[in-house]
Ligand binder design. Sequence first.
Ligand code: FE2
Length: 504
Amino acid sequence: MDRRRFLRNFAVGLSACALAPRLLRAEVAVAGDGTRFAQALAREPWLAGWKSVEAASFGPTVATVEGSWPPALAGTLYRNGPALFERAGLRYHHWFDGDGMVHAWRCAKGKVEHRARMVATSKYAREQAAGRFLMPAAGTTIPGASPIRNNDDVNTANTAVIRFGGRVLALWEGGSAIELDPGDLRTLGPVTWREDLVAAPFSAHPLPDRDGSLWNFGSLDLLGGSGLLLWHVGADGRTIRTATLSSDRPGYLHAFAMTQRHLVFVLTPYRMEQGSAKAFFERLRFTPDQPCRIAVVPKDALDSPRWFETDFAAVYHFADAWERGSEIFVRAVRHLDVEEMRSPMGAAMRGESRRRDDAKPSEFSTLRLDTSKGTARWESAGSRDLEFPVFDARHADATPARVFAPVRVDPVSTPYFNAIVAIDGDRRIVHRYDEGVLVEEHRFVPKPGRRRIGEGWLVGTVLDPKRHRSGLAVLDAERVADGPLATAWLPYAFPLGFHGWFAG
Ligand SMILES: [Fe+2]
């Protein structure tokens, strides 16, 4: 890649992130937020999903298993999510701002043990020592924030976690992967895949290929540029290739999709409000009047993307993708409410206990790309109000996979997911959890020794605010309607997270 151009973009990114001294005036307006949230939490226990953790670590704790935990389900579910939202009375407004806490749920011989630890990023360590927020955040203006040297100065490592090549990596959207000790979750430090790309964005949603290598991207928009940095890392941790994908206009993306032959990047158009020194997500405005741009990149020719355009779509997460003849199909969760997309559960973060009445639900959708005609279009895939889709990664990419996702179904008592759905062709199989339970991503885990696609368990975390406890549920992926085979409950609760990874 053009290193000089990259570094120029990088420098622009630094100045874009720096906060002007006049924002000190904002201090009075935001300082009381922690109190307001605490008052709302007392009325609405489900807001525990966005409550700041009060300890830097939990466990190890042996969970109490209700039901019969499958003895053959052996391994560790790692989970990550924003967990520390408040310091010195100041509360973040945006869910994505919280410092990451990584959890390890170890399953063996029908028993489950849990431990969790804050990721000791440089940001966390500095702020922990100071007892207050010091660094700019992605979605909240921090009064008197310090200038930053590079993106890793504000890296919260709060979005996802993977095990790759024996290493456990906490991932964020705008900077380095942060390596953790797989056993006790101590932070080992940022990963540098290439010496000349220190602190470059390595997104939270890398996709493993069948040869054990890992594909990923980093958004150059987060460095003040426009486009993508593409990563291909070998199973041995060495960088096989990087490439830049330039774009002539801004496009936001959080994840991507992949077939056997292609990477597919869907860029949601946006503009940044000018003349303001507010945080990234405070200035960002998605632009539904503009088309969505899609780059289809051959894995064997990263420098030869093919671009498509279609109707606007705001997407965080993708499910499966497959190719049939000259067509490429990609399934994704489209957010029809761009304000909710800009700040998911923003009202909960602010201690406003209800979602807006006019909020529109998300929609499971299929993107159809015709490479012979150069056309693209979105079609509804028939499910609404869902997120965090997963599928059996062994699925061959010639047909749609069975997709699993947290979903919100009637009757609802909170503005969050209360059920899990299996989407299998036109069939929807749903298990609704107990009243008031908040449902997170469920990972698909193949049953050991079974080769049939779809034969596996769903392993997912849930929060029971009424009983102040977090738990890990296991379902038979082929019998979702039956509900959990077992749930391992902890004697404590922690905030909801985003993504996990099961390592056998
Ligand atoms: Fe994500």
